[in-house]
Design a protein around this ligand. Structure first.
Ligand SMILES: *[C@@H]1O[C@H](CO)[C@@H](O)[C@H](O)[C@H]1NC(C)=O
Length: 376
């Protein structure tokens, strides 16, 4: 084919594409043609995340048609103006299949007060067979609190069909929390919100971001980790913290990815939190007892960390028991628990009730710091 023929074909094709709009994932003009026709820019719309013109929610770069199909809202441009930044929100009784979709309460962005008992379901479907996991980011989640036994009797968030199992007793304030859920053998998960305006006539709201991960994605959480963090330092709050009493019936695992060259993880209570709240799992909230406890004394509400060393004074103590309950980790200053067991994990467990000696316990906020191996 001569140069003339090529240019004729390309010119025709370009005209054709202008009529059709630009289909996604396609490179409209390859580099060779780009060089031949420098007045056409090279455009590729690969459905990458994009930052919309307004708002804090991430969008996906789409064609206009694709955004319409996904029931999204166009919010700015992307791909050098050839694509639109498409923001997808889902509300009650819908199915999510799109990366970075947010699931919001009815009447969002306003909060709502349920009239009587309301149920709001959303399905999260696997968009294709390469997807194994979703991350839920609770940008906001404000439900009615648990009762005096830590049971969610008025409102409840339940998530079904996922591995690991999500605790079934979730309510109160979950803003800032996140969860990683595997599809396992199923191809969809469901999330249900039950809100009871008769039992509690206050306002509720939620905004949950859904991120899909491919099976071989680097950011995918390991099996069994409901919560997963990837940083050298950070904080983890118990689900529901600082609600008093804390949630009952919790049983989940928090994992921290070991950084390159990390030898151990050191846990201590978060700074800047109310002292009575920062670790109160059983007994009266303000009682001090600083040790890891033997199993038979710490079998109701506790945190488990495989412990190599506990430091409560200047002198490190050798390996202790691995369970922490009471107000164990709140002592000042400094009280730390070092663990070299990898992967870095923490198990959180609470029983079904709050007996009389458990006074207004709030759960925990713990901070971690990864450290290089110590010289032998
Ligand atoms: C979804 O978007 C996130 C960025 O928000 C990205 O890291 C992830 O890889 C995307 N997932 C898929 C399956 O494209």
């Amino acid at each position: 084919m001569g140069l003339k023929n090529i240019s004729a074909t390309v010119a025709l094709w370009v005209t054709f594409m202008c009529f059709l709009g630009i289909s996604s994932g396609e490179q409209i003009l390859d580099k060779r043609f780009g060089k031949l026709f420098p007045f056409f820019s090279i455009v590729r719309i690969t459905n990458q995340p994009c930052v919309p013109e307004s708002g804090s929610q991430m969008g996906t770069c789409f064609t206009n048609t694709q955004c319409e199909k996904a029931a999204g809202t166009v919010n700015g441009k992307c791909a050098s103006g050839f694509g639109v930044c498409c923001v997808v929100s889902a509300t009650c009784e819908s199915t999510i299949t799109q990366n970075n979709t947010v699931f919001r309460n009815r009447d969002a962005p306003n909060s709502f007060t349920p009239t009587g008992l309301e149920l709001c379901n959303v399905r999260i479907s696997k968009p294709n067979s390469k997807i194994c996991q979703v991350k839920l980011d609770f940008i906001s989640m404000n439900l009615a609190p648990a009762d005096a036994m830590g049971q969610c009797m008025s409102d409840r968030l339940s998530i079904n069909g996922a591995t690991p199992n999500v605790p079934a007793n979730l309510c109160g304030m979950l803003t800032g929390q996140s969860m990683y859920l595997d599809f396992g053998s199923s191809d969809r998960l469901s999330m249900s919100m039950i809100t009871d305006g008769a039992a509690n006539p206050s306002a509720r709201d939620w905004n949950v971001k859904v991120t899909y991960y491919e099976c071989n994605a680097q950011l995918r959480a390991p099996d069994g980790c409901l919560q997963y963090f990837t940083a050298a330092t950070g904080q983890v709050r118990m689900l529901g913290y600082p609600m008093a009493p804390h949630l009952a019936d919790l049983d989940y695992t928090v994992c921290v990815r070991p950084e390159d060259g990390a030898g151990s993880i050191v846990w201590s209570h978060c700074q800047g939190e109310p002292a009575g709240d920062v670790f109160s799992m059983t007994k009266a909230k303000r009682m001090d007892d600083t040790m890891g406890m033997p199993e038979d004394m710490c079998n109701m509400d506790y945190v488990m960390i495989m412990t190599d060393e506990v430091m409560s004074t200047a002198v490190p103590m050798p390996k202790m028991n691995d369970r922490y309950c009471g107000n164990a980790l709140k002592a000042m200053p400094p009280f730390t628990v070092r663990s070299t067991a990898k992967p870095f994990i923490m198990r959180v467990k609470t029983d079904s009730t709050e007996p009389a000696e458990d006074v207004m316990n709030t759960g925990f906020c713990l901070a971690w710091r990864q450290e290089p191996p110590r010289p032998k």
